[in-house]
Design a protein. Structure first.
Length: 261
């Protein structure tokens, strides 16, 4: 395997090679970063094909093998998707991707389905400390606060409270949010150019508060699971803070863990 490394990007190809063994990062990771820049900037649009491997390798001045290794990592991270006989595309958020990558609640017998989402409230407020910290905002900055009820098998199971930075989502109204044609993350991606690439989560057991009792029909203080999620885009920039309250009487929170590289 080649040990060629780079330290910075210059020139039309976006890469400048330096001798093997020098301090830097592996060449395929520079290719990966260059592709990420192209995706983030919109040069490679969501849902559209990127250039062929041959064209990209020639543009970057690298081998097909090096190019492919960088692409492989982006495919594994669900940022790119390969389609047999058609090429490689910038992944578009869809119901299937949401269910596979971002939704982790299933019935205790293992049955999993996409939730039916009901909008409970939509308002513009001033952000408080917890959400401000997660979103790297100052307390009091304007945010959109959205409450949703998620139904599984026709029963209310999850209350989601979303907090979104108002500056990132200019023009998002209750009507626009309610009339979206696909998932919430699809709305972010296609209408605001914000792609959620991954998320950080913390979970704990709590008692249902008054809002949970109203939204989920639970008794005050009933045991529930609370998951705090910060959704991130390129460069680990936070774009959404979500607090999910889950009724676990008949449902469980399930994650598949993999060993890091």
């Amino acid at each position: 395997m080649s040990t060629t490394r780079v330290t910075r990007t210059t020139g039309s190809s976006g890469l400048r090679l330096i001798p093997a063994g020098a301090v830097g990062i592996p060449l395929y990771r520079v290719v990966k970063r260059s592709l990420l820049v192209g995706i983030e900037s919109g040069r490679y649009a969501a849902g559209k094909a990127i250039p062929s491997e041959e064209a990209l390798a020639a543009s970057f001045g690298v081998s097909i093998g090096t190019l492919r290794r960088g692409v492989d990592e982006l495919v594994a991270e669900h940022i790119l998707v390969r389609r047999q006989g058609r090429g490689t595309f910038v992944a578009l958020h869809s119901a299937d991707r949401f269910l596979f990558q971002f939704f982790h609640v299933e019935r205790s017998d293992g049955f999993r389905e996409s939730p039916q989402v009901e909008l409970v409230s939509f308002e513009r407020i001033r952000v408080e400390d917890e959400a401000a910290s997660a979103l790297r905002l100052k307390a009091g900055e304007p945010v959109l606060q959205i409450d949703n009820r998620l139904l599984l098998q026709g029963k209310a199971v999850i209350h989601d409270r979303l907090t979104l930075p108002a500056l990132l989502f200019k023009g998002l109204t209750e009507k626009r949010f309610r009339e979206r044609t696909s998932t919430i993350y699809h709305l972010y991606q296609t209408e605001f150019g914000i792609t959620v690439t991954h998320a950080q989560e913390r979970a704990r057991a709590v008692g249902a508060d008054r809002l949970a009792t109203r939204v989920l029909g639970l008794a005050l203080g009933a045991p529930v699971m609370q998951v705090r999620r910060t959704a991130l885009t390129f460069g680990d920039k936070p774009v959404e803070y979500r607090v999910s309250t889950i009724n676990t009487v008949q449902h469980e929170y399930v994650r598949s863990l993999s060993r890091p590289d």
